[in-house]
Design a protein around this ligand. Sequence first.
Ligand code: NDP
Length: 282
Amino acid sequence: MTATILEGRALAKLLREELRSAIYDFRQARGAAPTLAVVQVDGDPASDSYVRSIGRACEGVGIAFALHTLPADSSQATLERTIGALSADAGVHGILLQLPLPARLDPTGAIAQIDARKDVDGVTPTSAGRLAQGLPCLLPNTPAGGMELLRHYRISLAGKRAVVVGRSNIVGKPMALLLLHEHATVTIAHSRTPDLAAVVREADIVVAAVGRAGLISGDMLKPGAVVIDFGINVQNDGSMVGDVEFASAAEVAGAITPVPGGTGPVTNMMLLRNVLRAAADS
Ligand code: NDP
């Protein structure tokens, strides 16, 4: 069997066009652009390049982008005051706190300052609680993007067995909830799960959200399984691979996201969509 490739780049292009047009309408109606504020504590080159890419993505669809870079030695109080001020600013519709923070800063306290109505990264406990209860909320972008890919390729979920490998608050756990809301029967596996291969082999839908190259190989998959690979692993030669061994998995799976070009591009579009939603609800 050779799997259908779930093309995130192509879907992201479609979503970008839809967003550009919806944002144009928003600007005409409101006389102002949806506005995203990004708060970053200086000192992490990987964050710099990610933040720049968000800036370019915003510019491409007509979202105003304001970067607040705090000095590397900023205190917790300064960080919280900055986020609190953005939460209170009616001209700011979305707030993204760039994580991870330097180890001496407390992300929980900083996240607590984000108004949940502006939580375009879906990181606040309010967003997480609303998601758990199936109430409307701004979803975390990575799992929202995975679900968007499944919807776009019309992959049915009701009654399917889904296994999500990884239980972080930002990827694995919300993905499991979103699959559950679509009536899949969901198992969450993690680093203490014995015999991961046996668990994964039961799944019609396999989601990898770990950060370990080659953790899941083709011989662990049920033939025809749909594989969503969120993993981002940079190899020694600078190339990027997912958590799933693509070549062997594509021989067994029914459909699979490539890395790069699968979930990543769609994630960025989900962020932009959240900014528009937050602005429309303001
Ligand atoms: P975390 O490090 O927060 O979580 C990793 C999870 O994997 C943990 O729950 C951990 O279990 C589990 N895990 C670790 N080792 C194993 C193992 N051997 N077997 C089974 N489970 C294991 O990562 P994130 O959730 O933030 O990110 C996951 C991946 O997704 C990363 O590669 C990250 O780069 C990528 N990512 C991709 C995005 C995209 O747009 N595609 C966006 C954001 C992240 P335990 O809880 O027991 O420690």
